[in-house]
Ligand binder design. Structure first.
Ligand SMILES: C[S@@+](CC[C@H](N)C(=O)[O-])C[C@H]1O[C@@H](n2cnc3c(N)ncnc32)[C@H](O)[C@@H]1O
Length: 297
């Protein structure tokens, strides 16, 4: 990018073409998001006044962002932010970029919350708040979205990575649920008390270790390995989470976990082996088995 700064429309067209030529499937969307961020405008402004020239600072920011995207850095990493459940989540190198399919965990949690609350005899309630444990919280997306949606719920968000815990805490505050989301550093449920949770939610690492090298550059080089590596068979985290589920769940509670392609049967077996009853897997929008809800027997 050199010479007189282009108009917004010209910059968009050029960047889209450059990204497309580099084989990036989402070229048009990426170009729009990067241009809006570089020019500090909404995408609506870009389309409403397309002929306005980019100022020099915006142009320089866009050139730097374009170079990063052409090197296969994900747009969310370049922007430092990703939307999930309609809410903004800041990212750090220690956090996975939240994926759209993880919203199915939040949807299932909302349905389970309704089932559990409806099944409780009000007169028998202990007064303990409805509590969600989000194990491996990363950016905090699951815990924060669930707390945002369920006004009577509080969440305990756990991550082994201290920097992820810091990001999750910031995202809870940023999204107005800081008073109901506690974040702790620890390994899965090891720091949680007996019978403390109504729901255990998790999107743990599930890639088989030997498959990590074959992942796309966007994932392999930018998402943290701790967020991806599920051990030799990809199921390491599930064994630990389900082993503790009976202990930390209240009797009418449930576990809701996301998993990878082809893992549904193995996850259901792990749930059963730990005394839980798995329901048929929930499909994502691509028709892939993606989430299992398991209740105590
Ligand atoms: C696949 S990422 C999911 C992050 C976030 N929940 C999401 O859906 O975007 C898995 C998360 O588990 C965390 N993790 C890995 N091992 C852990 C452990 N032993 N205990 C707690 N968290 C762990 C990673 O740091 C990472 O944040």
């Amino acid at each position: 990018m050199s010479g007189a700064p282009p108009s917004r429309a010209e910059a968009l067209t050029r960047l889209t073409a450059d990204l497309r030529a580099a084989g990036i499937d989402t070229a048009a969307l990426d170009a729009r998001l990067l241009l809006a961020a570089a020019a500090r405008l909404s995408t609506i402004d870009l389309y409403t006044w397309p002929d306005v020239p980019l100022d020099a600072a915006s142009h320089a920011r866009l050139a730097a962002m374009a170079a990063r995207r052409l090197a296969r850095e994900p747009v969310a990493r370049i922007l430092g932010q990703r939307e999930f459940w309609g809410l903004p989540f800041h990212l750090s190198p220690a956090t996975l970029v939240p994926r759209p399919e993880t919203e199915h965990v939040v949807e299932a949690a909302i349905a389970e919350h309704a089932r559990i609350v409806a099944g409780r005899d009000k007169s028998a309630q202990t007064g303990a708040p409805f509590t969600i444990a989000d194990l491996g919280t990363g950016s905090g997306c699951i815990a924060v979205a669930a707390a945002h949606e369920l006004a009577d719920a509080r969440a305990i968000a756990v991550d082994l990575a201290p920097d992820a815990a810091i990001a999750a805490r910031g995202n809870a505050v940023r999204n107005g649920v800081g008073d109901r989301v506690s974040v702790i550093v620890g390994s899965w449920a090891s720091a949680l008390a007996d019978r403390c949770a109504d729901l255990v939610l998790s999107n743990p690492p599930y890639i088989e270790t030997l498959d990590l090298e074959g992942l796309d550059t966007d994932v392999k080089d930018y998402d943290p390995r701790l967020a991806l590596d599920g051990g030799a068979d990809g199921l390491h985290a599930y064994r630990q989470i389900f082993a503790d589920a009976r202990r930390i769940l209240r009797p009418d509670g449930a576990v809701v976990v996301e998993f990878g392609r082809g893992q549904a049967a193995a996850i259901a077996d792990i749930a059963r082996a730990n005394g839980l009853l798995p329901r048929p897997a929930i499909l994502d929008l691509a028709g892939t088995e993606r989430v299992i809800v398991a209740t105590l027997l």
